[in-house]
Design a protein around this ligand. Structure first.
Ligand code: DC
Length: 223
């Protein structure tokens, strides 16, 4: 039997930073499912398929192969054999991922891969539908969130640190748009699973959140 820790929440809540730290402490594999949707988004972008071209997207899903590997503990995403990890973390890839994640053909493909990984590995898996649809039997589920303003400020600081000037208002509007799309799509919208623990990180540091989750993990897993 494998241990599964599911972390869901909106964009910018700190899921990947925290999930990665928690996974390292527990010696679990970290599975970033958003990266898989981003890779699918890149596939359609590269083929000049727009997110509203429903039939072309449904048709071309059969031509996509997503594979996950680990290098020095870091998740690598392969799109039809090419490592696309370096292209995943742009705003464009995030928006494209959110737009194409509404299609059942896209979700079915990725959910199958995610379930298979969690069946044979101890995983910390983060995303939007992990506790509700992908791993409904996960032993521990966390719903991680923060206010829209705080999430926008964190993103703004990240960009600033990279020397990129941006408008806080624009970032906040983009985050609100993405939240709306992720929470209102027909299939597996982002919502808190009934048995998930709600954690608002607006007033918490990364270390405080990590500690809190590790404590919960020690109560839920017999490690
Ligand atoms: O977590 P992220 O920002 O990398 O995710 C990008 C988009 O992918 C997100 O806006 C919606 C989609 N996604 C999803 O639909 N289901 C998941 N489990 C993970 C991501």
């Amino acid at each position: 039997m494998s241990y599964n820790l599911a972390i869901d929440g909106p964009a910018g809540a700190g899921k990947s930073t925290i999930a990665k730290k928690v996974a390292k402490e527990l010696s679990f594999i970290y599975v970033d499912t958003g990266a898989m949707y981003r890779a699918m988004g890149i596939f359609f972008c590269d083929r000049n398929i727009r997110p509203d071209e429903k039939e072309r997207i449904a048709d071309s899903c059969k031509d996509v192969q997503i594979q996950i590997a680990y290098e020095d503990g870091e998740q690598q995403v392969f799109l039809n054999g090419t490592n696309v990890t370096g292209r995943l973390r742009t705003e464009e890839a995030g928006k494209m991922a959110s737009s194409v994640s509404v299609y059942p053909q896209v979700r079915e493909k990725l959910v199958e891969l995610q379930k298979n990984m969690a069946a044979v590995n101890n995983v910390v898996m983060d995303g939007r539908d992990i506790g509700t649809a992908v791993l409904p039997n996960a032993q521990l589920k966390i719903y991680l969130t923060a206010s829209t303003r705080v999430r926008a400020q964190r993103r703004w600081k990240e960009l600033e640190a990279k020397g990129l000037r941006s408008s806080l208002e624009e970032i906040e509007a983009d985050i609100a748009d993405r939240d709306y799309r992720d929470m209102h799509r027909e299939i597996s919208p982002l919502c808190q699973a009934e048995d998930a623990i709600y954690l608002d990180t607006s007033e918490m540091t990364i270390d405080q959140v990590t500690e809190r989750i590790l404590k919960l993990a020690s109560e839920h897993f017999c490690l």
